[in-house]
Ligand binder design. Structure first.
Ligand code: SF4
Ligand code: SF4
Length: 286
């Protein structure tokens, strides 16, 4: 089973380039009893949770709930997004629980870190993630044109405080909301050369290329679900014309529905499709 959970919908930051709009601040979130219901519904089948897609997972629940540690006691694997401003119960995890964390996408939102005076906390948290799960942590920095005057300072901050201490490289990511002009692109390239030794290689930022020109047999609604912080469950959130097919219930209302047939899709262009594909569950239709 694959669950792409739009975690809490919460976030402690207010990045101007955020693609999540609006970020939820004081709305309901999923809690452990919701996740327990979900896992039990599928009879405890091994499940992969990607907590991403809206807000910051670690920001969205009280530490006392121990949501991450309790989930990691089950037969699961987990991928997480974090802005590294909060650790929650991460420090309480045993080695066996840490092993189940397959991927931590750790983004350095430098402008917010500086504005909220979180430099030291961010450094400590990032170093802690790296100490515990170095190979599974993927740091990146979103380079937004409007913050171009900070690019150098941000990369130097990472170099002095993280790269020098841990050797972990960082990925420079273009702000997808605001394309670069020529001057910005040239500066981006210059910095990528100047910081060459600590910059991670390229990754594909355009999800649409993964399965372009293919019709696929997709497990959305059967073995793949998108779950929102208010409990709504959708097989696929990307196809408004098929919204009725992909209305799979609501966790908080303890009501789930699984489709009988796999979905044949001609537009596998979204990040959901890529998550499914990366986990080896998408079949190309011949
Ligand atoms: S940390 Fe991420 S989710 Fe939060 S405001 Fe910034 S870009 Fe948006
Ligand atoms: S858009 Fe992607 S996730 Fe949705 S049905 Fe098509 S292939 Fe599946």
């Amino acid at each position: 089973m694959i669950f792409f959970v739009s975690s809490s919908g919460h976030c402690t930051f207010d990045c101007q380039y955020c693609i999540v709009n609006p970020i939820v601040k004081h709305q309901p979130s999923l809690n452990y009893s919701d996740l327990d219901y979900l896992l039990n519904y599928f009879n405890g089948q091994k499940s992969f949770f990607a907590f991403s897609g809206s807000g910051d997972f670690f920001a969205g629940y009280p530490r006392s709930e121990r949501l991450l540690s309790r989930l990691l006691e089950r037969d699961v694997e987990v991928a997480l997004d974090t802005n590294a401003s909060i650790l929650q119960d991460f420090k309480e995890l045993s080695s066996a629980q840490l092993e189940k964390i397959r991927y931590i996408n750790l983004t350095m939102h430098y402008h917010q870190i500086k504005e909220k005076k979180l430099q030291q906390r961010w450094i400590d948290n990032t170093q802690y993630f790296l100490k515990k799960r170095s190979d599974q942590v993927f740091p990146d920095y979103i380079m937004s044109p409007s913050l171009m005057n900070e690019w150098f300072e941000a990369l130097q901050f990472y170099k002095d405080n993280i790269f020098a201490a841990t050797g972990k490289k960082i990925l420079m990511v273009r702000d997808i909301k605001n394309p670069f002009n020529t001057e910005q692109e040239n500066y981006f390239q210059k910095l990528s050369n100047d910081f060459d030794d600590m910059i991670e290689g390229k990754h594909m930022e355009d999800f649409s290329k993964t399965f372009s020109d293919h019709e696929v047999i997709c497990p959305a609604g059967q073995q793949y679900f998108r779950i929102w912080n208010d409990g709504r469950v959708q097989g696929c959130p990307n196809l408004p014309d098929a919204a009725e097919i992909f209305d799979n219930g609501n966790l908080k209302q303890r009501n789930l529905r699984v489709q009988q047939q796999p979905f044949v899709c001609t537009t596998p262009n979204f990040c959901d499709c890529r998550v499914i594909g990366d986990l080896g569950k998408m079949k190309i239709k011949h």
